[in-house]
Design a protein around this ligand. Structure first.
Ligand code: CA
Length: 228
């Protein structure tokens, strides 16, 4: 899953990003309000951590603009101004949660996980068809055969994204942006390489989940279908 951190204090933004990456999120940072709003409106994010006091556009403004166009994305507001009226203003504009500064980094991570329903609700596992992806051990397990295999970071993120959007055709561009980011220097044939790694691992476990290639359109994760 992909998270945007809109925060002008660079050291804090990087601290938050590093902590969330440890929980296997893909994290992007925007350092001012304009960049934050542009990125937030891209539709690429599952959750946005939004500071209120920002250069160019403030966080409340960004949240209001965002809610006009996208009601789905989770937003956690972050600010040094911990007064009650700010909290009310934040929730009144459609924030999902509010964390006053200073905060403990693990508490913020816990709140992110709670918003994205990872941990409690699914017991640290993502499930589709006969496979489970384990967030603690980074392993892919086939519930049919009981076989499991370790996944590296990108393989994990790729399969997680496919599982979260199973039976939908996802274009190469969409997948690439989600996993490697818009300004990534990674070359695009990385995607094919990782698709093939993940396919092999699915096969090793004996799963009936397959990644279908939809010609000229992209990929789709399916259960029980013929491989394509
Ligand atoms: Ca700030």
């Amino acid at each position: 899953m992909r998270i945007l951190v809109v925060e002008d204090e660079k050291a804090l933004a990087e601290l938050v990003a590093d902590r969330l990456k440890r929980d296997r999120y893909t994290v992007d940072i925007a350092g001012d309000g304009e960049e934050g709003l542009d990125n937030a409106l891209s539709g690429m994010y599952d959750l946005i951590i939004l500071d209120i006091m920002l250069p160019k556009r403030n966080g409340i403004d960004i949240l209001k603009e965002l809610r006009k166009k996208d009601s789905e994305v989770k937003v956690i507001m972050l600010t040094a101004k911990a007064e009650l009226e700010d909290r009310l203003l934040g929730f009144g504009s459609g924030a999902n949660d509010y964390v006053p500064k200073p905060f403990h980094i693990d508490e913020l991570a816990a709140r992110v996980n709670a918003q994205l329903n990872i941990g409690k609700a699914v017991d640290n596992r993502l499930v589709f068809g006969d496979i489970e992806l384990d967030y603690r051990s980074s392993k892919l397990r086939c519930t049919g055969s009981g076989e499991e295999v370790g996944m590296n970071n990108k393989e994990f993120q790729l399969l997680e994204y496919l599982m979260s959007n199973h039976d939908r055709i996802l274009s190469r561009e969409l997948i690439y942006d989600r996993i490697w980011g818009m300004d990534s220097e990674a070359v695009s044939n990385n995607l094919e390489a990782y698709m093939s790694f993940v396919r092999k691992k699915l096969k090793i476990t004996g799963s009936r989940v397959t990644i279908k290639t939809i010609r000229n359109m992209g990929y789709s994760l399916e259960y029980g279908a013929e491989e394509g």
